[in-house]
Design a protein around this ligand. Sequence first.
Ligand SMILES: NC(=O)c1ccc[n+]([C@@H]2O[C@H](COP(=O)([O-])OP(=O)(O)OC[C@H]3O[C@@H](n4cnc5c(N)ncnc54)[C@H](OP(=O)(O)O)[C@@H]3O)[C@@H](O)[C@H]2O)c1
Length: 185
Amino acid sequence: MTAPLIEGYVIVSADGMLAGADHVMPDQLKFEGDKQFFTSALDRADLIVHGRHSYEDQPNSPQRNRIIVTRTINAVAPDPSNPKATLWNPAGAPFEAACDQSGVRSGTIAIIGGPVIFAMFLDRYDTFWLSQAPRVHLPGGEACFPGVPRKTPQEILTAHGLRAGEAQILDRTHGVTVTPWRRAA
Ligand SMILES: NC(=O)c1ccc[n+]([C@@H]2O[C@H](COP(=O)([O-])OP(=O)(O)OC[C@H]3O[C@@H](n4cnc5c(N)ncnc54)[C@H](OP(=O)(O)O)[C@@H]3O)[C@@H](O)[C@H]2O)c1
């Protein structure tokens, strides 16, 4: 069986933040074009992975297979509150065990945050889709990866073997773009 593709998705402010200092994603970081891009990517994905506070809360969310990263269990367990969700504690089991529990071992897996969850997969992404809102500034906010803003998100992706492809415009008025960062061959 072909190994699944692993893709990451985030939208960040000019200073590399994915949320404000209150750990909440502010309306300033929400753009219709980015939402459409993100929604259609998640609709195509076979499995999504996120921390307990990064549930995407969209109309199609109940249909999506998901792994929720949490310390509330020791290793891997079905989520008693959602038949399409698996709970996973990386300290107790490898990612593959969580994928087995979820029944997904091929196709595309979308990693959707938060920062620690993004960082767990930095050496494994096939593509990391970095959306940027260059006119939004969230000083003191929650960085998209550990190490930001000392380093930029781009420097961190580069250090993990990813290279920028061509950016697409998601919102012309606000200058919002998405850039695929792909693993160098
Ligand atoms: N701008 C964007 O594109 C974007 C993307 C993603 C998220 N966000 C926003 O950013 C904020 C992220 O919140 P957050 O920082 O609290 O992140 P989070 O990763 O969604 O949730 C943190 C929780 O994940 C679990 N977790 C994290 N690291 C773990 C580890 N190493 N082992 C086991 N479990 C672990 C813990 O759950 P337990 O407490 O259950 O143990 C922890 O409380 C949210 O407001 C979200 O909406 C924005």
